[in-house]
Design a protein around this ligand. Structure first.
Ligand code: AMP
Ligand code: ZN
Length: 116
């Protein structure tokens, strides 16, 4: 459920300071410490799930809530008109560096694909 050595578990327990901008059932939104866009939030489940590949059927409601939460944050930050990106990096080769599932919500600048 929670991993004592995991940075995002520690943020969820308020054991490590972070800019928590919003909270909903089982999820936090935190300002990324190294932002890649004018808006760069992390959507973090309070449950310790190491990667997207560890998601199971029982997480289905949590995943739905995460997307609704991200959409609400995007609307509140007026990202909807110009678009925004919701990204999960799964595994080191895909760029994952913190082993606790999270979504990146990015917006406020034009974005190309693949990301540079
Ligand atoms: P990923 O590389 O997809 O695992 O994303 C991890 C993200 O966490 C990166 O964008 C980091 O900048 C961000 N990050 C690392 N430490 C912190 C922290 N203490 N508070 C907020 N964001 C962090
Ligand atoms: Zn964790």
């Amino acid at each position: 459920m929670s991993d004592a050595n995991c940075l995002f578990c520690r943020i969820a327990r308020r054991a490590v300071p972070a800019d928590i901008v919003a909270e909903t059932d089982g999820l936090l939104a935190v300002t990324d410490i190294n932002p890649q866009a004018p808006t760069h939030l992390l959507i973090i489940p309070t449950e310790h799930i190491p990667t997207l590949a560890d998601v199971s059927e029982s997480h289905t409601p949590l995943l739905g809530r995460a997307v609704h939460f991200a959409n609400r944050l995007a609307r509140e930050r007026r990202l909807t008109e110009h678009g925004y990106r919701l990204v999960v990096n799964c595994g080191a080769a895909a760029g994952q560096s913190v082993w606790h599932l999270h979504w990146h919500l990015l917006g406020g600048r034009p974005m190309t694909w693949p990301p540079g």
